[in-house]
Write a protein that binds this ligand. Sequence first.
Ligand code: AMP
Length: 110
Amino acid sequence: MTIFSKVISGELPSDKVYEDDQCIAFRDIAPQAPTHILVIPRKAISRLSEAEASDGPLLGHLLLVAARVAKSEGLHDSRLVINDGAGAGQTVFHLHVHVLGGRSLTWPPG
Ligand code: AMP
């Protein structure tokens, strides 16, 4: 059980931009770019490396939704980020795709 389970159940309010039967997308509470949205599966997968082969269609769906959300935000260019594990910056252990855009993004990320 993570904070994102409460976002999914509605126990915690969120600024939702998209939802369907498999996932929801909402604005990050501490945006790192003018557009910063999180796309999360309704299924509680703790991190990308814990996903199973049977989650493949769901993972593909998350990417398609992330691209659709970026487009609907008017972004021509965007960056999708999945932090997999604490050492990579993951703080909430419910899989999520960050959608970032609206400013120029440098590489490599910090
Ligand atoms: P990560 O560091 O990859 O685990 O990303 C977790 C993200 O969740 C961070 O960017 C946080 O700002 C964001 N976050 C945490 N709690 C909330 C919340 N209640 N609503 C929206 N975003 C949140």
